[in-house]
Write a protein that binds this ligand. Structure first.
Ligand code: HXC
Ligand code: NAP
Length: 283
């Protein structure tokens, strides 16, 4: 979809970059010339991802194990990126925690574990990144990975929904506040993408078939499709896009539309139904 040098020499940090969607973005950024910082809790997962990316694209990849809930550890990541590469141009807030639970059964600690990862973690990383960019000058880009229930809400994932909604508000707020520093802040809201992390926690047996029936496009997303969108939003050509959240879900969240269930009808049955209604009131 893009020129091979679209992200040449850009230094981009990805939280949760060793697995799932973060890993797919990392692969694609590297293939388009970026240098990477991969950050999450498990060093061995990061090392494996970094090794494979280096081998495939020859990209420089720095691994920085951290818990995004620790603001000092996040600050240290920005410092080590600058030490190694001299600068940081982009940050992808992708790390997340999530699970299905009845909300009334959740402990305070369970709520905190998710909200502190998603909302606080994105805040710590964004502010550490911005301090660096403001001091250096020259601008930068933040990309937050949300989900469509940031605005619809969803039962059984309330800590995640609250946290993602907070990150959406942060996206729009910081886009305005930091525009003067040349920092763009955008978001991507994915629908369901089959990753091990999401599927093992959120897709009970048999649920995927049901979920598929509610996606107008008739399939789940492919991680490489999300990676392409991320490249576009990070690239210099998107310089005038800020404060935006782009949905990538095959039309899934719009299924709330009143008559959308009728798309399941075959055309002949739909025509017969509509003709009957057109013929006028039934007695
Ligand atoms: C209820 C739970 C729980 C569960 C943990 N807890 N799992 N409560 N149901 N399934 C509670 C624990 O009992 C504890 O509370 C508190 O949460 C913290 O648990 P820890 O195991 O100590 O947490 P921690 O090591 O910090 O791990 C964080 C985590 C874990 C969020 C709980 O799931 C994780 O590490 N996830 C990372 C990856 C991930 O979630 N990926 C999915 C992203 S997909 P007490 O009170 O007992 O101390 C996604 C997709 C969204 O977001 C959209 C899909 C369409
Ligand atoms: P995933 O593979 O489980 O990704 C989560 C990543 O976050 C992991 O790499 C994990 O690595 C890291 N992480 C978790 N807690 C962390 C912490 N406290 N500190 C640092 N890193 C932490 O799941 P995914 O599906 O790729 O999800 C990626 C993003 O997409 C998330 O923001 C998720 O909400 C969003 N999303 C996914 C879907 C989907 O259907 N897949 C849909 C909508 C939105 P460690 O365990 O090594 O820390």
């Amino acid at each position: 979809m893009f020129r091979d040098d679209l992200l040449r020499d850009k230094v981009i940090a990805i939280t949760g970059g060793g697995t799932g969607l973060g890993r797919s973005m990392a692969e694609r950024f590297a293939a388009l010339g970026a240098r990477l910082v991969l950050a999450s809790r498990r060093r061995e997962v990061l090392e494996r991802a970094a090794g494979e990316i280096r081998q495939r694209s020859g990209a420089e990849v720095l691994v920085h194990p951290l818990d995004v809930r620790d603001p000092q550890a996040v600050e240290a990541m920005v410092h080590s990126a600058c030490e190694r590469f001299g600068r940081l141009d982009g940050l992808v807030n992708n790390a997340a925690g999530n699970f299905l639970a009845r909300t009334e059964s959740l402990s305070a600690n369970a709520f905190d574990a998710v909200v502190r990862t998603v909302l606080h973690g994105s805040f710590y990383a964004s502010t550490a990144f911005a301090r660096h960019v403001i001091a250096r000058g020259g601008g930068g880009v933040i990309l937050n990975i949300l989900t469509t229930y940031a605005w619809t809400g969803s039962a059984f994932v309330v800590p995640s929904a609250c946290a993602k909604a907070g990150v959406l508000a942060m996206t729009r707020s910081l886009a305005v506040e930091w525009a003067r520093h040349g920092i763009r802040v955008n978001a991507i809201a994915p629908g369901p993408f089959p990753t091990e992390g999401a599927w093992q926690r959120l897709m009970p047996p048999g649920f995927a078939e049901q979920a598929l029936r509610r996606i107008p496009a008739g399939r789940f997303g492919r991680p490489e499709e999300l990676a392409e969108l991320a490249c576009f939003l990070l690239a210099d050509g998107a310089a005038y896009i800020t404060g935006e959240c782009v949905t990538i879900d095959g039309g899934r969240w719009l299924m709330a539309g009143e008559f959308n269930a009728l798309i399941g009808m075959d055309p002949a049955s739909a025509d017969a139904l509509f003709a009957m209604l057109r013929a006028g009131p039934r007695s």
